[in-house]
Design a protein around this ligand. Structure first.
Ligand code: GLU
Length: 422
């Protein structure tokens, strides 16, 4: 049902709401509880004057949407991207609520976004914008209120500046306010790799269930940022052949296998894959429909649509990105029945799980080894996978709906037990 009378109205928010409705029907949530579980709790819109290197002042705009605060402090990344909208940030915040709840983290869900192409900024401009955004949201966040983290377009350095801005404001080092920090500022070992490593863990585990070996596995990855490149490396090290990669400028396709380490070195020097000679140039759209065992969208939402869903030639769709599959595409893929989908809230949950570990280490001032981090991560991923598979069998629904049923049920239950205000 199309949602009207909402400030979040947009195709991507509608997509998240439609997914919610399917799961809420299965759960039989009564209308009042259903509606307050679905709607974002609050949002902040900020405008940020920043002095540019040429001396002029430019005003940037951004958001922080807190979807759910009923199950713990809100949690979710901050996106820097030129196409950020309020509806998009709200959808991403909603997905954070279900993701945290599904894997059993004591958090609610949130997301932030700033409308900017960070590549257009100099390092000093980026620092001023990052600090200013943090300054503007300080009244609404904190280690027990809402804990931001990186997302598309933000990295450890940006998070480090934000942590410093917050700590300076409160008058002491307070790393628990944000996760994804540089190690020197209280970051956790393994956080940088965690999302991609988790994506690869699920892929390996589901391929094993399907009796597909690494030697028989080919992988195509759309998005060569933090998530895509770490997932690619983990699968490459496992023995799979990575035959396609792309970034926002375009892609590389090589059915014989891409030398991943060379591609990573090239992308880091040239800030783009264009000109890399380890395969044929290919557009992002064409890359998505090339034959492969595993397709990993690891960039923006809404890239698998009704126009390409029927043409996908993969055995498995592993959603490294949040919301990469539209509702129409989901229906087409479900009807096809020949592609295993690992839904976003499950597939990319490794990132926020290690963010949780980082926050715990910050609060306790006691730091873990990388081995401890990954050991605890894999155990949580295995538990989440088992509970999703069990729920899928119980309701005879899709894996996405099973994951959402689990995530939504806990939030709705907490709201029902707390009363009307949270
Ligand atoms: N931005 C990531 C996500 O979408 C990580 C969030 C976090 O670590 O809080 O899951």
């Amino acid at each position: 049902m199309a949602l009207t009378h909402t400030i979040y109205q947009s195709p991507v928010f509608q997509q998240a709401c439609n997914q919610f409705d399917i799961a809420a029907d299965i759960l039989g949530l009564e209308p009042g509880l259903r509606e307050r579980t679905k709607r974002p709790r609050r949002c902040v819109v900020v405008s940020m004057p920043v002095r540019m290197d040429n001396g002029q002042i430019e005003i940037f705009e951004g958001y922080r949407v807190q979807h759910n605060l009923s199950t713990g402090p809100a949690k979710g990344g901050i996106r820097f991207h030129e196409d950020v909208t309020l509806g998009e940030v709200a959808a991403l915040a909603m997905w954070m609520s279900w993701k945290c709840s599904l894997v059993g983290l004591p958090y609610g869900g949130a997301k932030g976004g700033v409308i900017v192409n960070a590549r257009d900024l100099s390092p000093t401009e980026l620092e001023r914008l990052s600090r200013r955004y943090m300054q503007e949201i300080i009244p609404f966040i904190g280690p027990n209120i809402d804990i931001p983290a990186p997302d598309l377009g933000t990295n450890e350095q940006v998070i480090g500046w934000m942590m410093d801005t917050y700590s300076t404001h409160v008058g002491h080092f307070d790393p628990g306010v944000i996760t994804g920090k540089p190690i020197a500022l209280g970051g956790s070992l393994g956080r940088r790799e965690a999302t991609g490593e988790g994506v690869a863990w699920f892929i390996k585990s589901y391929l094993q269930d399907m009796a597909i070996t690494p030697e028989k596995t080919t992988v195509i990855i759309q998005g060569f940022g933090n998530v895509g490149s770490e997932a690619a490396l983990a699968l490459y090290d496992w023995g799979a052949e990575v035959i396609g990669i792309s970034d926002f400028t375009g892609g590389i396709h090589n059915p014989k296998g891409i030398d991943l380490k060379a591609a990573l070195a090239y992308a880091s020097t040239h800030k783009s894959l264009i000109g890399f000679t380890g395969g044929d140039a290919i557009t992002n759209e064409e890359l998505l429909v090339q034959p492969c065992t595993v397709l990993i969208p690891a960039a923006l939402e809404r890239v698998i649509t009704k126009d390409n869903a029927a043409n996908l030639k993969c055995r498995m769709l592993a959603e490294g990105a949040n919301g990469p599959t539209t509702n129409d595409a989901d229906a087409i893929l479900t009807a096809r029945g020949d592609i295993e989908i690992i839904p976003d809230v499950l597939c990319n949950s490794g990132g926020v799980i290690v963010s949780y570990f980082e926050w715990l280490q910050n609060l306790q001032n006691y730091y873990w080894t990388k081995g401890e981090v990954f050991d605890k991560l894999y155990r949580m991923l295995a538990k989440a996978k088992a509970s999703v598979d069990e729920t899928q069998k119980k309701y005879g629904c899709s894996r996405r709906t099973a994951a959402l049923v689990l995530g939504i049920a806990r939030v709705a239950d907490a709201k029902a037990k707390r009363g009307l205000f949270p």
